[in-house]
Design a protein around this ligand. Structure first.
Ligand SMILES: [Zn+2]
Length: 178
């Protein structure tokens, strides 16, 4: 009986300690103030969880490691209802509908130069991202996506406000494609 309890305890412990990624938790990539405010259940299914895990391990952890500074996820997974309620594109990779996932981020250290981070990701890092968008920099955030299954295109885009309207400038593809 004691043996059983010990085994059970360790198994439970292993499950609860099973880290999502080195530096990120599932909670922080699904949290949404809008979802909370509007009572939307933003809980992803297991398939989406595995896609979120893949972007954290393959993209977010290496960025965190390179700069040695904590990253603040401003928007990760959005279930279709949440995405609609914040006016996101129906094809947004934040919805994780195509074996993918997307994360918007900044750093807790507000003095971090996000233009420099964008430049590092798209020109030097060799990270296998699908799309990286400079969203309204220098004051905005960086959007990055990753496909767990399928080709990661390494597409580079800049979003700007022109006369109050959002425009997307396509900057091509990363030359560091691996
Ligand atoms: Zn985004």
């Amino acid at each position: 009986m004691i043996d059983f309890l010990i085994k059970f305890f360790y198994r439970e412990k292993k499950v609860t300690n099973n880290k999502f990624s080195e530096h990120f938790t599932l909670k922080e990539v699904i949290k949404s103030e809008t979802a909370v405010r509007k009572g939307i259940d933003n809980t992803p299914n297991d398939k989406v969880v595995s896609q979120l895990k893949a972007i954290c391990q393959n993209i977010m952890d290496p960025i965190r490691k390179h700069y040695g500074k904590p990253i603040r996820v401003t928007s990760g997974y959005r279930c279709p209802t949440l995405n609609k309620s914040i006016g996101g594109s129906s094809r947004s990779q934040h919805c994780a509908l195509n074996n993918d996932a997307a994360i918007d981020f900044e750093f807790y250290d507000m003095d971090m130069d996000l233009e420099e981070v964008f430049k590092w990701i798209t020109e030097e890092s060799k990270l296998p991202f699908d799309q990286c968008i400079a969203e309204f920099l220098p004051h905005g955030w960086i959007h990055i996506s990753y496909k767990k299954i399928g080709e990661n295109r390494q597409k580079i885009t800049r979003a700007k406000k022109v006369n109050g309207k959002t425009t997307y400038e396509q900057l091509g593809f990363s030359k560091n494609k691996v």
